[in-house]
Write a protein that binds this ligand. Structure first.
Ligand SMILES: Nc1nc2c(c(=O)[nH]1)N[C@H]1C(S)=C(S)[C@@H](COP(=O)(O)OP(=O)(O)OC[C@H]3O[C@@H](n4cnc5c(=O)[nH]c(N)nc54)[C@H](O)[C@@H]3O)O[C@H]1N2
Ligand SMILES: Nc1nc2c(c(=O)[nH]1)N[C@H]1C(S)=C(S)[C@@H](COP(=O)(O)OP(=O)(O)OC[C@H]3O[C@@H](n4cnc5c(=O)[nH]c(N)nc54)[C@H](O)[C@@H]3O)O[C@H]1N2
Ligand code: SF4
Ligand SMILES: [Mo]
Length: 726
């Protein structure tokens, strides 16, 4: 007997609906795209198709592990939690605790619902996450321009006439900060309806090949290119904002310093191309500018992200169909908020400003290694592998060895968790409920889908229960965390004018909530209080309704809603926030800079996902390998054949060379997430590769956001065996 079940793929930001077949033993015997999902319509990629293999990977941990010296032993859950409590009890000063939250927290209900109360319970400001190795520049730019770090406009992919895409490669990544299942199909449709796609990337990627035009750019220089376009819009009187904005004159003044000719030298993009792109953007019936990881993890990441939306504003495309629009997610809660600010506190050692309640992961090693009051001695990682993913990860590898105590919530014993004293593994994916709290806020159509757990939990706690129990241990409180959170949310909403439940009785409302678990009841509450909700919104959405619609619900095309989204003190879009104008001076100061001879950038492969899917046989091998892409002319000039040694200010790796004319001369590329030599994951160890973050530099950051810089890292390259004297 087999059964057919449906659930959302939790592996990337595309949120595809999957149809799984399971046998009696709960083993996955087949995975297809869910044709009845109104958003993904049957799309699936090789990772989604391997979900069963990943879920039943024999190297996944099934029981907690406790480390004794070099040896690991399996432990029961009570014993493991007792060990964590003993470790925490030895912490004299809560300031010496740090937390690192990795990327899958954006894909689990546990991460969305329990990370915040856990951090609160730990009582520390040493909060680090993959966000400062990823998208923090976008949050800071949005916070300063629109007043909320999550007010992130997405390109209206299905309706736009013109898409300028920088530093993104959705044919491999399937999209990011732009949730769009079948991104490739949507781009083809854009071209099919006569639209134009222009891709700016130091590599001619598969996305670039699909586009109408590919523009090579020197890594790290997107802010210059975008300013050159802004300059042209003003110089040719093409700027036509459709909204009243603050700071238009300041942006016009600032842009004077970035004429296309000056910018061309710095970016490698010809001046004629820059002026033409400006005219095309201004002239298109509708257009959107979209820029992702290649532009975020760069030295001027926040300025680039800001300029993306400056362009969307100046071309009249912000908040209109076909332009850059704000999604309306079903769990958005229209509560009050404090005005957005960065730098409410600073990191102890380098004095780097807090952003969104976090400190830059680029300074985690400093906080662990530097003695003094508040030195980090206790670390909790949840779903993260910073040894492979953070800048200069090798330094963290060493720093973690010096901690007093470390706890990791993770299904694998890997490069990071091997330093833990206790590893707490979440259950199988199919034992977990799934709702995309974070990603549906960036969706190109409004949509909601809930997938209940497909298999019962047996004796293991859910990840939600793991995090909740850690929070209770850390707070010393007893009771039901979910009940506490629900009551608090209800109380706040009942006190908020216009919340839909203003003045109503908390206990009575609490009894109306449905759900098998605390997580489900919290989801139910958020849906009911959300914009389509049966309590506060204009609809009848609730958990029940999502359970009755297992393929998901289409909530319509994006609609203009700038007024609702804006949370600035002025009530207007702030086009020239002072913090960013200050950073423009830094940008100006570097305009004439000569580029290093060779710089390193990253890349992603469709069959990979950061550091943790290299243990699934069908996904590794073929072209998904860790090679150094280099232009054939550079390879010949440097006498490279076979393997090469790549050196940076921070370290060196020896890696196989892959000459290809798809990459610009003067640029080389290595994917991240590799470096599994000696791993306890058997397949990954056979396809080890090298850790690109041996080479990246934690001392260079994007100043306004503290974000790590992975693109544009200066390196030197030599044939294997040749030693360069420094
Ligand atoms: N050089 C370079 N470095 C980069 C990047 C780059 O482009 N270049 N990209 C950066 C980006 S965008 C990101 S997001 C970061 C990612 O950085 P991290 O989040 O630190 O790294 P991941 O490889 O995603 O690690 C995910 C971890 O979560 C575990 N995991 C998987 N599923 C679950 C789950 O359901 N629950 C729990 N508890 N654990 C789970 C995995 O075993 C793994 O240990 O890397 C960054 N690093
Ligand atoms: N298959 C797969 N999918 C993934 C992931 C994965 O590891 N594998 N990771 C997920 C995560 S965590 C994220 S954040 C997203 C990221 O999603 P994307 O942003 O689409 O990421 P990439 O595919 O790395 O594309 C970044 C592109 O930027 C280019 N680039 C590098 N430097 C520069 C530069 O200075 N300027 C410009 N203009 N371009 C530059 C690179 O050549 C690359 O083609 O993908 C997610 N999806
Ligand atoms: S594109 Fe992303 S969400 Fe869709 S099947 Fe692949 S990994 Fe899963
Ligand atoms: Mo990411």
């Amino acid at each position: 007997m087999t059964s057919t079940v449906h659930r959302t793929c939790p592996l990337c930001e595309a949120v595809c609906g999957l149809t799984l077949t399971l046998d009696d033993g709960g083993h996955v015997t087949g995975v297809r795209g869910d044709k009845d999902d109104p958003f993904s319509k049957g799309f699936i990629c090789p990772k989604g198709a391997s979900l069963g293999r990943l879920d039943e990977d024999p190297d996944r941990l099934r029981k907690p592990l406790i480390r004794e010296g070099e040896l690991w032993r399996e432990a029961g859950w009570d014993e493991a939690f007792a060990a964590v409590k003993a470790g925490l009890d030895r912490v004299a000063d809560r300031r010496s605790i740090a937390v690192y939250l990795g990327n899958p927290n954006a894909h689990t209900m546990a991460g969305a619902l329990y990370a915040a109360p856990l951090i609160k319970a730990l009582g520390t400001r040493n909060v680090f996450s993959a966000s400062t190795a990823d998208q923090m520049p976008k949050h800071v730019a949005s916070g300063l321009m629109f007043g909320h770090p999550l007010a992130i406009p997405v390109p209206d992919l299905d309706r736009t006439d013109y898409l300028l895409m920088l530093g993104a490669n959705p044919l491999e990544s399937n999209g990011s900060l732009c949730t769009a299942p079948d991104f490739p199909g949507r781009l083809k449709a854009l071209r099919g309806r006569g639209g134009r796609l222009v891709v700016v990337d130091p590599r001619r990627t598969r996305t670039a090949a699909l586009g109408d035009e590919h523009v090579f750019i020197r890594p790290g220089t997107d802010a210059y290119l975008l300013f050159g376009i802004v300059h042209t819009l003003f110089a040719e009187d093409l700027a036509r904002p459709r909204h009243e904005v603050n700071g238009l004159a300041e942006v016009r003044e600032a842009a004077k310093h970035f004429p296309p000719e000056a910018v061309a030298r710095r970016t490698g993009v010809p001046a004629e191309t820059i002026t033409r792109l400006a005219r095309e953007l201004a002239g298109a019936p509708t257009a959107a500018v979209y820029a992702r990881i290649g532009t975020c993890t760069a030295e001027f990441g926040t300025l680039a992200q800001w300029l993306v939306d400056v362009l969307n504003v100046l071309t009249g495309n912000l908040d209109r169909p076909g332009g850059a629009m704000f999604p309306k997610p079903a769990t958005e809660f229209a509560g009050r908020r404090r005005p957005y600010a960065v730098g409410r506190w600073r990191s102890r050692v380098r004095g780097l400003p807090e952003t969104n309640g976090e400190l830059p992961v680029a300074t985690l090693a400093d906080e662990i290694e530097t003695p003094g009051e508040g030195q980090v001695r206790f670390l909790l990682t949840v779903a993260g592998n910073p040894v492979l993913s953070a800048p200069h990860g090798d330094r963290l590898d060493t720093a973690f060895q010096g901690l007093d105590f470390m706890v990791s919530v993770d299904p694998y014993l890997n490069e990071t968790t091997r330093h833990a004293n206790v590893i707490l593994p979440p259950p199988r994916v199919l034992q977990s409920g799934h709702y995309d709290f974070a990603l549906l806020g960036f969706a190109v159509r409004n949509y909601a889908r809930y997938s209940p757990p497909l298999l019962p939990l047996d004796e293991r706690p859910s990840e939600a229960q793991i995090l909740a129990r850690l929070a209770m241990i850390a707070s010393g409180l007893e009771g039901d965390l979910d009940a506490f959170v629900i009551d608090e949310m209800l109380r706040k909403a009942a006190q908020t004018p216009g919340s839909g439940i203003e003045g109503r009785d908390v206990a009575e409302l609490r009894d109306l909530l449905e759900g098998e678990t605390g997580s489900e009841r919290r989801l139910d509450l958020m849906l009911r209080l959300g914009p389509y909700g049966e309590w506060a919104g204009k609809g009848d959405l609730s958990l029940r309704k999502l359970l009755d619609n297992p393929h998901g619900l289409d909530l319509g095309a994006l609609e203009p809603r700038l007024g609702e989204v804006l949370k600035t003190a002025s009530g207007l879009v702030e086009l020239a926030p002072p913090q960013l104008m200050e950073d423009v001076e830094r940008l100006r100061g570097r305009l004439e800079e000569e580029p290093p001879e060779i710089v390193l950038i990253g890349r992603r492969h469709l069959r990979s996902n950061n550091s943790w899917m290299h243990n699934v046989g069908p996904l590794v091998g073929g072209s998904n390998t860790c090679t150094l892409q280099i232009h054939p002319e550079d390879a010949a000039r440097l006498g490279l054949d076979g393997e090469a040694v790549v050196r940076s200010a921070k370290g060196q790796v020896t890696v196989a060379v892959e000459p290809t004319d798809t990459i610009m001369p003067g640029v080389v590329s290595l994917p991240h997430g590799w470096g599994h030599a000696g791993s306890a994951q058997n397949v990954a160890a056979e396809h080890a590769g090298v850790n690109v973050n041996t080479l990246t530099d934690e001392t260079t950051i994007d100043v306004p956001s503290g974000n790590a810089v992975f693109n544009g890292v200066p390196v030197t390259i030599s044939p294997t065996g040749v030693i360069i004297a420094h």
